[in-house]
Ligand binder design. Sequence first.
Ligand SMILES: [Zn+2]
Length: 260
Amino acid sequence: MIPHYKVTAIKYATVNRRRKDNFQNPVLGNPDDWMALDFFIWLIVGQNIVVLVDTGFSPASALARQRSYLCTPTESLRLLGYEPEDIQDLVITHLHYDHAGNLDEFKDSTIWVQEREVQFATGKCMCAPLLNHFFSTEDISQLIKRLYQSKVQIINGEHCLHEGIELHCIGGHTDGLQVVRVNTEKGWIVLASDAAHYYENFTLRNPFPAVFNMTDMLVGFDRLLELADGEANIIPGHDPMVCERFPLINVNGVQAYRIA
Ligand SMILES: [Zn+2]
């Protein structure tokens, strides 16, 4: 039998935006309505296995981009009972500043990232401000440093991290964005990260307006549906609805939600 894992979404920051700013195409409803963008990391726990998906933005990025924390990612984990050294595997869905900061805090963890993403973030596309704007050179430097310490596993496409935890390259939002498929008591769930910022991005096929490759993005929506056991098991990367659809785990004031 494939093992089941517990999955927790930890909200570490939020920012308010207008609805029209969260979709590529015209939106349903009032485009000027407020629609928050929440920032999450995700914890996967099984027997003797602790995997963290993404590491959030760093204090330097928070300062540079005028973002504030509800609670830093590392402190949130501590309050939930996990020290950085407890994290065996660190899956980085993509290398944007709000997903790949703080790597220096997880010195013992093995980092899992797609080859296409590393090439994208260190290649000629990064000469374009429109694309490099979402990255922090500090974060990328940290990744390269860890690569030279043999602490980065660069993968291509699909990879089984542990029985019941799979990584799948989707692309679209960035060239090598990967999603995480996890077996749980609710069946297979998919942590979509920025393959779908909001539920409405994939239900309405209306992407968030940060797209590197539109074909991959749109094909990616179908792929999410193939990978998950039902639409309800797709967990978008930045949607405040996650905090309404899943119960709050009431531990030390951390905004952590039990996905499964
Ligand atoms: Zn992103």
